[in-house]
Design a binder for this molecule. Structure first.
Ligand SMILES: [Ca+2]
Ligand SMILES: [Ca+2]
Length: 262
């Protein structure tokens, strides 16, 4: 899309081989766009109008063959951000409202469902029929793709700006407390914090096990699970501070770990 100084601008199509302009069509300035996985439609949302509206552009060989608006206008609260599910069936709007995608214009962009929460980013795990959303903060909400119900909540270390699901792993681009960007791989295991030995409960065995690791780093390695379970203050390191916290927990001086409050 061209920058556009007025209210309207162009959405342009270019040939990948010749790099030449193939076609242009009028579009609202500052619109956001997503290409449908079938590659024959582009969905856009305008961002400078109220209420916001979706538009679909049918494309064929680089030409914009037709375009049409969504059937609604102000009926649903819409955020600027949206994503199309990898199967091409739905448009997930950041407000939490889900619309259908359909090549039949009369069924396209129809209301399907409204999630319990808005999101700033979303990632799909189609192998396991799940998707994940985040809305800033440290929480990742896990949904079932079949019924769009929230089934679980995961945590990240930093404040999430982007979510990805790549090669069987959920990853996040986030920022730590000092505003430094981080790339995290999110563990989807349910962690029992303090259970370093991974036997289902937190007891003195975990203290012994963790102490041995801390005293002789490099000799003993912790598994991915043990590392996460041991980092009870959630600072991304396993050290004597975590050991102290686990001891205090066993002495009932604290009832939960700082990582649980994140
Ligand atoms: Ca244990
Ligand atoms: Ca720690």
């Amino acid at each position: 899309m061209t920058s556009g100084s007025g209210q309207w601008t162009n959405i342009n199509s270019y040939s990948r081989s010749t790099k030449k302009l193939t076609d242009s069509k009028r579009i609202r300035q500052k619109s956001f766009a997503e290409l449908h996985p079938t590659l024959n439609r582009i969905y856009t949302i305008d961002t400078d109008l109220s209420p916001r509206d979706y538009t679909a552009y049918n494309i064929d060989n680089g030409k914009f063959v037709s375009s049409y608006d969504s059937p609604y206008h102000g009926d649903y609260r819409l955020a600027k951000n949206f994503k199309i599910s990898p199967d091409g069936k739905y448009l997930f709007n950041g407000s939490g409202v889900i619309f259908t995608c359909d090549e039949d214009k009369t069924k396209d962009m129809s209301f399907a469902f409204e999630l319990d929460k808005a999101f700033s980013d979303i990632a799909f795990n189609m192998e396991e029929n799940k998707f994940y959303t985040a809305n800033g903060g440290n929480q990742i909400y896990v949904y079932n793709y079949e019924d769009f119900k929230n089934v679980d909540t995961l945590s990240s270390i930093g404040e999430i700006s982007k979510l990805f699901y790549v090669n069987g792993k959920l990853c996040a681009l986030s920022k730590n407390d000092n505003g430094m960007p981080m790339f995290e791989v999110i563990n989807e295991l349910k962690i029992i914090y303090g259970d370093v030995y991974q036997d289902g409960e937190v007891d003195s065995l975990d203290v012994t096990y963790l102490k041995r690791y801390i005293l002789r780093k490099g000799v003993y390695e912790l598994s991915e699970y043990s590392f996460l379970a041991a980092d009870v203050d959630g600072d991304g390191r396993v050290d004597s501070l975590d050991l102290t916290l686990i001891k205090r927990y066993l002495l009932r001086k604290i009832s939960e770990f700082p990582v649980s409050k994140k």
